[in-house]
Design a protein around this ligand. Structure first.
Ligand SMILES: *Cc1c(COP(=O)(O)O)cnc(C)c1O
Length: 345
């Protein structure tokens, strides 16, 4: 079953572009990639959940911080496909986005396993997966963190091809540079591989927003080349093309020391983009915009610049309105005590 909607447009933001030195500036609107819930995760989940169904799973287990967008997306689309969704969640800084996602986990029927520390997650995941095979509850399969595996990354190779179709249809330019956030590396790895296959002179630049332990050049190479191998296995005629370190340009200076911590420059980016009608947030897209802004200031562009939006902006307020705080996971309710006005439905 397709989860994605119509290909999201490539939209010009000329005035916003001028403020950052890019006279031709466009946004690939993956924030509205799917009608139920947009952002970058649906492109990966469409492939990953189809595989889970094919393997006869009754549900999936995945991992993330307590405000994980990936967890929300997995819950939304698992429910749509009739799969149960187990979320194994560890601590991250709490803000309003995190609180919203906690309520969306409940809205979409996710079964939450809260571990507190990251160190305990692998154990809980293994326990759920093994138990599901030893009992008659039905098989659960793992959806990798962030939806990034070789197969999940193919979703973003496809996204590059979708972009090429939009170029062919006269709806988008061939970019000089493309910027995206880098977390579990599937989005960036897939775009690097996809744009290399297209053979354009485009430079795909990633902005790291997660700790270097997880997010690094090696992980990008693994995702990108893994995706190409999956495509070969399915008969894609792509020859011996290989992604190497030379294809990767990752900016590390905008992370701010902690996943989810709002940096001053990301707050400024969210504010600036918001004034021009582009909705960003501080964990991923604000840091990415800030990284792009700094890069362009040092390397003034001569051609089109594309910002690849990865955050969901589909309005979830009607869905949120159906979930009271008493319905969120019991151990999460304490995070709502200092924000009663926002938490109330
Ligand atoms: C998950 C996520 C990313 C990171 O994408 P990866 O493929 O995990 O690198 C970027 N932006 C947003 C908004 C996300 O939710």
């Amino acid at each position: 079953m397709p989860l994605l909607g119509e290909p999201p447009p490539v939209q010009p933001f000329p005035e916003l572009g001028r403020t950052i030195g890019a006279s031709e500036f466009f946004v690939k609107r993956d924030d509205i990639s799917a009608p139920e819930y947009g952002g970058n995760k649906p492109r990966k989940l469409e492939l990953l959940l189809a595989e889970a169904k094919q393997e006869g799973a009754v549900g999936v287990v995945t991992i993330g911080g307590i405000g994980t967008n990936h967890g929300v997306a997995t819950a939304v689309f698992a429910q749509k496909l009739g799969l149960t969704c187990h979320l194994v969640l560890f601590d991250q800084p709490v803000n309003d986005f995190v609180r919203k996602n906690m309520r969306l986990f409940a809205r979409y029927g996710a079964i939450v396993h809260y571990t507190g520390s990251y160190a305990k997650t692998a154990f809980v995941v293994a326990k759920e997966l093994i138990e599901s095979r030893l009992t008659s509850k039905g098989k659960l399969v793992l959806v990798p963190p962030g939806g990034t595996s070789a197969l999940g990354t193919v979703g973003y190779v496809n996204a590059a091809f979708e972009y090429a179709e939009q170029v062919e249809a006269g709806q988008a330019p061939i970019p000089e540079s493309v910027f995206c956030a880098v977390g579990s590396c599937g989005t960036y790895g897939g775009l690097v591989a996809g744009f290399k296959l297209l053979g354009w002179p485009t430079r795909v630049i990633g902005v790291r927003v997660v700790d270097k332990m997880v997010t690094n050049e090696r992980a990008v190479l693994k995702a990108a080349n893994g995706a190409l191998n999956v495509m070969r296995k399915h008969g894609a005629e792509i020859g011996g093309i290989k992604i190497t370190a030379k294809d990767i340009l990752m900016l590390h200076e905008h992370f701010g020391g902690e996943y989810g911590r709002a940096t001053d420059e990301s707050l400024a980016a969210v504010e600036l983009a918001g004034r021009h009608g582009l909705q960003l947030e501080t964990t991923y897209t604000g840091k990415t915009f800030a990284g792009m802004r700094a890069y362009l200031a040092e390397h003034p562009p001569a051609g089109p610049v594309v910002f690849w939006h990865t955050f969901n902006t589909v309005d979830m307020s009607a869905e949120l309105a159906t979930v009271g705080v008493d319905e969120v996971h019991p151990e999460f309710r304490k995070f709502f005590e200092d924000a009663p006005a926002k938490a109330a439905k």
